[in-house]
Design a protein around this ligand. Structure first.
Ligand code: ATP
Length: 323
């Protein structure tokens, strides 16, 4: 490893993290330490989480993307593949049965809190990673009200009283660069078999109702329209040769790109609101690393990533763990 400040530890759970002393749970409950990686979709949160978990090998990752909690649609929801997880334990990633009622922020708060308890009780470090700010908000605030979504009401004040000792890393990318990257990412996902995956998931009955849970994932409603015109059981699921079919396919792809960019924009606005509410988000600018990837191919950009994203993140987490 080039970076002298990064000294990978050889074993998992090697150095217990410094924690607040445990007291009578019913009285002054000590606060567990949690690292939270935030950022819009496509901003490199998963990569950063794995890099950090490898460098601080007492860590385990808890997914906070509301579509990735479900089992299925791994390509469409862009779950980090097993081969890229480098042995780091992941929680709430593909764990929830999509046929059950929608997994709510309240469900996430309850399940993730149990997992944090468990990870902390083993003196390991929980790293929460994902783009669903309503999940992150639900998990962290002291006073959570399950019946209202703070992000759906611009007037609602967001509390900054949090029930964990939090270290927030906010991976930010200038929107023009991010949107360009996201369009490339959709093309890569299509190359990796996204349409085949969506074809297997297609259900004509369900496609006529408003989707819930995994059926809301970007890609499902967009391709439902295409599959209703060109059912997947009538032949291969791709664009084909017929010009009308080709146009319908291209419209679905265009809608996915537009909706992904809109999602990223909304996520950035929500993060700004959390920052304005007093959450101590430490902004890491990953624009340059992504620009290098876009201009010179995906294998480059590692040096810039290490210098501009990983190195400052490691410093912040290291200081947090020593506090
Ligand atoms: P809200 O306040 O609306 O609940 P949120 O921050 O909790 O927003 P987001 O993660 O922004 O939730 O997701 C909103 C919508 O964006 C999802 O319902 C889904 O349509 C789409 N979406 C989010 N993540 C993914 C993903 N990984 N794959 C596909 N679609 C996604």
């Amino acid at each position: 490893m080039r970076l002298s400040i990064l000294q990978p530890q050889p074993q998992r759970c090697h150095h217990p993290i410094k924690r607040w002393p445990r007291m009578d749970a019913s009285f002054h409950r000590r606060k567990d330490k949690v690292v939270i990686i935030m950022g819009a979709t496509g901003s490199g949160k998963s990569r950063l989480s794995i890099d950090l978990a490898t460098l601080f090998p007492v860590s385990e990752i808890i997914n906070s993307d509301k579509m990735q909690v479900y089992r299925g649609l791994d390509i469409t929801t862009n779950k980090i593949p097993l081969t890229q997880r480098r042995g780091v334990p992941h929680h709430l990633l593909g764990d929830v049965d999509p046929s059950l009622p929608e997994f709510s922020p309240a469900d996430f708060r309850r399940r993730a809190a149990h997992i944090i308890d468990d990870i902390s009780s083993r003196d390991c470090l929980p790293i929460v990673v994902g783009g669903s700010n309503s999940f992150v908000h639900a998990l962290l605030v002291e006073d959570f009200q399950p019946d209202s979504n703070v992000f759906h009401d611009a007037e609602r004040l967001i509390s900054s009283e949090l029930r964990y000792k939090c270290c927030f890393l906010w991976v930010d990318i200038a929107f023009p660069v991010l949107s360009q990257y996201l369009c490339h990412r959709v093309d890569d996902m299509l190359q990796s078999g996204m349409v085949h995956e969506l074809a297997q998931f297609f259900d004509p009955e369900a496609s006529r109702r408003t989707g819930s849970g995994l059926r809301k994932a970007i890609g499902v409603p967009e391709f439902d329209r295409f599959f209703n015109m060109y059912p997947p059981w009538a032949g291969p699921a791709g664009p084909g040769e017929d010009p009308l079919r080709k146009r319908a396919y291209e419209e679905a792809v265009r809608a996915i790109k537009d909706n992904t960019c809109e999602l990223a924009e909304r996520q950035m606005e929500k993060i700004e609101r959390l920052k304005c509410a007093g959450w101590d988000l430490r902004r890491i600018d990953a624009t340059e690393a992504f620009r290098v990837v876009l201009t010179s191919g995906s294998s480059n950009g590692s040096d810039v990533w290490e210098r501009q994203v990983l190195e400052p993140s490691v410093k912040i987490v290291r200081r947090f763990l020593m506090e």
